[in-house]
Write a protein that binds this ligand. Sequence first.
Ligand SMILES: [Zn+2]
Length: 320
Amino acid sequence: MELLGITMGDSSGVGPEILLNAFQRGEITCPFVAYGDTAALERYNTHGVELRSITQPDEYRPGVLNVVNAGLMSGADVTPGAINAKSGHAAREYVIAATKAALAGQITAMVTLPMNKEATQLTDPGFTGHTELIGALCGVEDVTIMLASDQLIVTHVSTHCSLSDAIARAKFDRICTIIRMTSEAVLRLKPEAKIAVAGLNPHAGENGLFGEEEIREIRPAVEWAQAQGMPVEGPFPPDTVFFLAVRKKRYDAIVCMYHDQGHIPLKLLDFEAGVNVALGLPIIRTSVDHGTAFDIAGQGIASTVSLLRAIEFAQRLIRT
Ligand SMILES: [Zn+2]
C-alpha cells in the first residue's frame, strides 16, 4: 500500500494545526501516518479529530489520524508562537524517524511541515536545515532543493548564504552538479523537458563587460551538460529567462545562481502554493514552502495549500 509519512514540524509553529485542519476537512485524500507527538497535537485539536498513537507505520488504520508517537512532548510543553528548545529538538526527532522509515520502505514518501532552525539549534548547534539532516541520514552529500509551482520550477546553485558567498559559490563543479540533479528530476516528471540556466550578472555578463562568471564557470558547465546529453541551454540574461520560461513556455525549469534569483519570480507568481522537493536523496521527500509562522501559530488560520501541494507532488514522484 502507498503510505505517506508527514512530519508535524515544530509544535510551537503552525505545522500541527495545518495537519489537523487538513485532515479534519478531508483535504488529505491518501493514506498517511503523522510523525510527531500525540499530546502536542491534542493541544491544537479544537475540532475533535480522533488521534491514534502508533509505534510503527504498519499499524495504520483508516478514518483516524494515526500518529507515530515520539513521546517527547506533553501538552503543557507546547508554547504556540515561542521559541522552545524542547519542541525544536522534538521536531528534529520526527524527521529522523520518518527518514528511517522511508529508507526502510515502511513509508513510500515523506512530506515535512516546518521546523524552526533557531529552536532546533538550541539543542543541536550544528543543525543547518531539514535537507542537510535528511541527506546525512541517507549518507548523501550532494542534496539540493527544487522549488516548484504550477507555472515554474527553479533550482539554485546556492541558497541560504550571503550574496557575496553566493557569487563565490557559482563555480563550474557546483553548477554542473545542480544542472545534473535538475535534469534528472525534471526529465522524470516530463521526458521532453527543456531546462534553462540563468546567468549571474546583468545581461549574463555581456561578453565579460559586466563580470566573467558566465565565461569562466557557467557556460563551461552548460557545455559539459550538453555534451552529456542533458536538455540544457544558457546562460541566459536573468531578467529575460523567466519570461521565456513562464510566458513563452520554452523551458520547464530554470537553474538559478542564487536564492533570490529563483525565489522572487516563483513567489510573485504563486505565493502560497510553492513546494520544496529534495533532489539527490534515495527517498522521496517534499516539503511545504513556508516556515513555522510563529506570528500566527495557534490561531487556526494558517493555510493548508502548501501542505496539500507537497502531498500531491510526492504522489506525482511516486508514480514516475
Ligand atoms: Zn529561503
